[in-house]
Design a protein around this ligand. Structure first.
Ligand code: NAP
Length: 278
């Protein structure tokens, strides 16, 4: 096809109102009037996601174990846009805490359109030292927490009848182990990916799209705590040659939260600098 021919085809599509050209890009990423809950939103990847969703116009409920850190993020956001953020102390593994979190979003903003299940933990626990309470704790936060938050938010979204988006932050470990000593984490994240697909199927009739982002090697306070040798070894195997930034995940979350991803559900986007290939 010649350039002139391609241009003519584009003009024809625009005239006929083809979906690909009907909506301007700025409208596709506009989240004004939407409310998002981001769990673990006070730091690391959660904070990167909070930043982009807020910039796109969403009101944000920052839900984190660390209320003080969540409050600090809220202050920064309301300085940019008054009334646009609220902070709650929340433990995603505790059913009552999750109920309070979801109710707070509706009381404060009168809507709930986007849930980002980001809170998660990844303690190094080689099998010989892995005790039952550590295993249960990882599953409680990373998998049971996903179930509790999704169920509580989906019930509200269904009742309101306006559809919604649920974004689960899984991991490249949802697909393949990235290092030795993460068995409970890998079990929880494989589960999170299975949960994502199953719930996507179930919630599609309600126009609630459920997708996952699988990060790998993002520089956060959590990965900083892993420290030393393990982290250096991991970084050496990243084809792009460096750790990612929380904003790399924020951009993927904006894609999944907005109309840019209008025809996606039950998918998982890998954002890992190519690490899974290595
Ligand atoms: P992070 O730096 O440790 O930050 C996690 C945040 O979540 C912290 O504010 C933490 O609070 C909070 N949190 C922990 N447990 C919680 C709970 N039960 N309820 C509510 N909030 C809780 O972690 P991150 O590296 O940003 O990771 C975020 C997510 O990305 C996790 O699901 C993780 O598995 C996933 N991920 C990360 C990477 C990576 O390379 N960073 C790679 C793959 C997947 P406290 O500080 O008070 O504990």
């Amino acid at each position: 096809m010649t350039a002139a021919c391609a241009l003519r085809r584009l003009h024809d599509m625009a005239r006929s109102g083809a979906p690909s050209l009907r909506t301007p890009l700025t409208e596709l990423i506009d989240l004004s009037g939407r409310t998002a809950i981001v769990t673990g939103g006070a730091m690391g990847i959660g904070l990167g996601i909070v930043g982009r969703l807020h910039e796109a116009g969403a009101s944000i409920l920052i839900a984190d174990l660390d209320l003080q850190a969540a409050e600090a993020v809220r202050e920064a956001l309301v300085e940019r846009r008054p009334g646009s953020a609220h902070a709650v102390g929340a433990d995603v593994s505790d059913p009552e805490s999750v109920e309070r979190m979801v109710s707070a979003a509706l009381e404060r903003f009168d809507s709930l359109d986007i849930l980002v299940n980001n809170a998660g933990i990844y303690p190094m626990a080689p099998l010989e030292k892995l005790d039952l309470s550590t295993f249960r704790h990882v599953i409680d936060v990373n998998l049971t927490g996903l179930y509790l938050c999704t169920k509580a938010a989906a019930e509200r979204m269904i009742a309101r009848g306006r559809g919604g988006r649920i974004i689960n932050v899984t991991s490249i470990d949802a697909l393949h182990p990235s290092m030795v000593g993460l068995a409970p984490y890998d079990a929880s994240k494989h589960g999170a990916w299975g949960f994502t697909k199953s719930v996507a199927l179930e919630l599609a009739p309600h126009r609630i799209w459920v997708n996952a982002i699988a990060p790998g090697g993002i520089a956060t306070p959590g990965t900083g705590d892993m420290g030393g040798e393990a982290l250096r070894e991991f970084e050496a195997q990243i084809p792009m040659g460096h750790m990612g930034d929380p904003d790399d995940i924020g951009r993927a979350a904006l894609y999944l939260a907005s109309e840019l991803s209008s025809y996606m559900t039950g998918a998982q986007i890998v954002v890992d600098g190519g690490r899974l290939l290595a």
